[in-house]
Design a protein. Structure first.
Ligand code: PEP
Ligand code: MG
Length: 825
């Protein structure tokens, strides 16, 4: 009926008999790890420990196992009685920390420890519990002694109180003490309060209790203590014990922050070995509580750390696979895409003392502090002086892009996850919070107000783009650190996945960043993004040209600018595929309503072009059909750029993509324009540029007619930003912050469909399109370039639809690589 630690399993006993603690000790012993010496009185026998005969056997057994005698003062030993339940539960009575102390040995033991009050502390704890719960002493009387008596006199005073008012005096004999201690713990466990606590946890009233008798070697307090440690440094993930240690014999008498593990008297080697062994066994970051008795380390508990932190989790997975403990696929599976996201971006170190200004949509991950600028001009001015800036604006337009790029972070009060600010911020890796509806921006007064806080332009705020929070003042931002382990894990992920991962990159710099992060090519170059900032007048002149001459001039300028941009882009992409999308310039982005035109003819034309619903207006291929030299000019610039880089030895695989198609003839006409451009380039350069041509699928009609598009297209790419907008009829720029938050809050949607791909509705359209397109052209390439391509949940759903690749903003490429691997495993 007494089971020494380490012998439970051999006798066929599990947690239902040994209790969770006993089972854990068994496991630790079987792993060869140092534990406290102890025995378990199994659940079915625990009540018998109240019998001094069994208690005597227990004491004898512990003495035999340790070679010491309880209560003796030359090789001193005390006992601790520890209860544990068959399943984890709260409300388990506390340990009784020191049995075997009596008036005859107390002084000698206290001297050995070197701190009298530490011995008295544990002794008093035992006496108080046993007095009330086993010897019928009035609890109020015990309380009076504890509050009214000086430290060192409490134990004698309690002994006296028990002798006077208890059902029996407190015994000196360790076995009799143990039997009473067991009775006290079981009495507490059986109390109405204990039963209520079990009922509240859904546990049976009569849940059993195992009792453990542990051997405590007593030694000098400086060489004793207790602590907690985990197997990895949470900051770096390095495999070294991380935790704290409190010196002293009694757990109760230690407080404060504790000491670093490096202060352990016997060093950390044994702890390091124990934690490494546990990591291997648990295949998780391990955490232990331990005790030090006279310099000797003993583990008291061990478990897998539930939230180990991104870096620790990643390094563990890579280390275990490198050591051959797990295979690479298991390592890949063990790392969450969200952890990768965390590792790639700067993060806030929060203390809990931060003051929040407002919350919005987590539009682009990362964190940064900076001074508030309420206009693009001010942002450029300040950042030009080297001041980190947080651009705060209602929304952004292409004219704001230089300021957006120069800013440390961006906050908008309107606009959703697929809004201009969000898309550009993700492309450039700038932290952004969008759609902060509660933010009141007063540019005239130079203030931003939310929740009663007012921030002036020039004051500091901190933006957490991962959580979607804006804080007052400057906070501690921890920069992202590149990590070799992440590269290793992602290379293993690449070996598992079948879904390709490309990047949305509009220029050479973004393409370079994307390739560094593992993109296999460019899945979307939005050519309208090449006309941002000081290039904006080029597109405007084209859109607003009042006559044929002005039109020609504007188009020539546009072509020249693009040829330079394409050449720079193709120089970095090497031989990889590069999907260049012909112009899709929603007019409100390029001709905003509040724009003042110096030229009256431009003003008139802008007024004519104004649309109530520009996202459904003169966009994409529609403009090219009205201006039939536009796409030809763009394609010519692209093909000429290809000729230039091909002469230098690289052969990018060009894919020319037509946006916003909903009628197959639109595609046919646009392809005709592209073909003529290729012919022209061949005539002037003598080079026949190899290219493929394809269509975006951004409207429900395009999805439903994918077979007819496939007759003309070498590839189709799903633009799920617009496809989601048009499938739900939710404006991608307007609904997210207020409306969709309400929908999510009320449970109508689980997440914004602009963030998480809608498998039911948009997914049904994509499935139809995939099936129809492949029926006509089995080898057609099918990709996706909406923002969903960088969202881990969405990537899983898209992989299931049988796409060939996804394309996402450069910073999200690693997330997509891992998510695609998870989808394949
Ligand atoms: C889309 O609609 O998903 C897309 C990629 O195009 P854009 O975001 O430029 O409209
Ligand atoms: Mg689109």
């Amino acid at each position: 009926s007494l089971v020494p630690y380490g012998q439970g399993r051999g006798r066929g006993l599990g947690a239902e008999e040994l209790g969770v603690h006993g089972e854990q000790m068994d496991r630790l012993v079987s792993l060869g790890l140092p534990t406290v010496v102890g025995i378990t009185v199994p659940v079915s026998r625990a009540r018998q420990l109240t019998d001094p005969a069994l208690a005597r056997e227990a004491v004898d057994l512990v003495e035999e196992l340790t070679g010491r005698r309880v209560g003796s003062t030359d090789r001193p030993l005390l006992l601790r009685l520890v209860p544990s339940t068959p399943v984890a539960a709260t409300g388990v009575p506390p340990d009784l920390p020191a049995l075997g102390v009596c008036p005859a040995n107390a002084r000698a033991l206290a001297e050995l420890i070197g701190r009298e009050h530490q011995l008295h502390d544990v002794w008093t704890t035992v006496l108080a519990v046993v007095a009330v719960d086993a010897l019928d002493v009035d609890a109020d009387d015990v309380d009076d002694v504890l509050t009214d008596t000086a430290d060192g006199d409490r134990a004698p005073a309690l002994l006296d109180l028990v002798a006077r008012t208890g059902s029996a005096p407190f015994p000196d004999d360790p076995a009799e003490q143990l039997a009473l201690a067991a009775r006290a713990l079981l009495h507490r466990w059986d109390s109405p309060r204990g039963r209520r606590a079990r009922r509240a946890q859904g546990l049976p009233d009569d849940l059993g209790l195992a009792l453990h008798v542990q051997a405590l070697h007593v030694g000098p307090w400086e060489r004793s203590g207790h602590g907690t440690a985990s197997s990895r440094d949470p900051g770096t993930g390095a495999p070294r014990p991380h935790g704290t240690f409190h010196r002293g014999v009694s757990r109760r008498s230690t407080s404060g922050e504790g000491e670093p593990l490096s202060a352990l008297p016997e060093g950390t080697d044994l702890l390091r070995h124990a934690l490494a062994t546990l990591e291997n066994h648990l295949r998780a970051v391990a955490t232990v509580t331990f005790e030090l008795r006279d310099g000797k380390l003993a583990l008291l508990s061990a478990a897998a750390l539930p939230h180990p932190g991104a870096r620790a989790g990643l390094r563990l997975a890579v280390d275990l696979a490198t050591a051959g403990t797990i295979d690479r696929a298991t390592a890949v599976r063990a790392v969450r895409p969200a952890a990768v996201q965390e590792l790639l971006h700067a993060q806030l170190r929060l203390t809990g003392a931060e003051r929040e200004l407002a919350r919005g949509l987590a539009a682009s991950p990362g964190a940064a502090s900076g001074v508030v600028a309420l206009s693009a001009e001010r942002a450029l001015e300040l950042s030009g002086d080297g001041v980190p800036v947080v651009l705060v604006s209602t929304e952004t337009t292409p004219a704001d892009v230089p300021a957006l790029v120069a800013s440390a972070a961006v906050v908008t009060s309107a606009g959703g996850l697929a809004s201009h600010a969000a898309v550009v911020a993700r492309g450039t890796g700038t932290p952004a919070v969008c759609g902060v509806a509660e933010l009141c921006i007063d540019r005239d007064a130079g203030t931003v107000t939310a929740h009663g806080h007012t921030v002036r332009e020039g004051e500091r705020v901190t933006v957490d783009g991962r959580a979607g929070t804006v804080y007052l003042g400057e906070l501690d931002v921890r920069p992202a650190e590149p990590s070799a382990e992440l590269d290793t894990l992602l290379s293993w992920a690449d070996a598992e996945r079948t879904l390709g991962v490309r990047a949305n990159a509009d220029n050479a710099a973004e393409a370079e960043a994307a390739l560094r992060l593992g993109a296999e090519g460019i899945g979307l170059c939005r050519t309208e993004h090449q006309f941002l900032g000081d290039r904006l007048p080029v597109v405007r002149r084209f859109l607003l040209a009042p006559d044929e001459d002005a039109h020609r001039l504007a188009l020539d300028a546009l072509t020249a600018a693009q040829q330079a941009d394409f050449t720079a882009l193709l120089q970095v992409t090497g031989d990889r595929p590069v999907t260049v999308r012909l112009l899709d310039a929603p007019l409100h982005e390029f001709l905003p309503h509040d724009e003042v035109y110096a030229d009256p003819a431009h003003a008139r034309r802008a007024a004519q072009l104004r649309e109530v619903n520009p996202m459904l207006g003169l966009r994409g291929v529609r403009l090219a059909l009205l201006e039939d030299d536009l796409y030809a000019a763009q394609a010519e610039a692209l093909f000429s750029a290809w000729v230039t880089v091909a002469a230098a030895g690289t052969r990018p695989r060009l894919e020319v993509m037509v946006p916003m198609v909903s009628i197959p003839q639109e595609l046919e006409l646009a392809i005709g324009q592209v073909r003529r451009a290729a012919d022209r380039v061949e005539r002037t350069t003598g080079v026949r540029v190899p290219y493929q041509v394809g269509s975006m699928v951004e409207t429900p009609r395009a999805a439903l007619l994918a077979d007819r598009l496939a007759e003309h297209a070498d590839f189709l790419s799903f633009g799920t930003n617009d496809l989601t907008q048009m499938t739900f009829g939710f404006s991608r720029d307007d609904v997210e912050s207020r409306l969709l938050a309400h929908y999510v809050g009320e449970g109508l949607l689980t997440a914004s469909p602009f963030a998480e791909f809608d498998a039911d509705g948009v997914g049904a359209l994509v499935a139809i399109a995939v099936q129809k397109a492949r029926a006509v052209r089995p080898d057609i390439k099918l990709g996706l370039c909406g923002e969903h391509g960088g969202d881990a949940v969405s990537v899983g759903r898209l992989a299931a639809l049988g796409l060939d690749y996804v394309s996402c903003s450069p910073q999200r490429v690693p997330v997509a690589r891992l998510a695609a691997a998870h989808a394949a495993l």
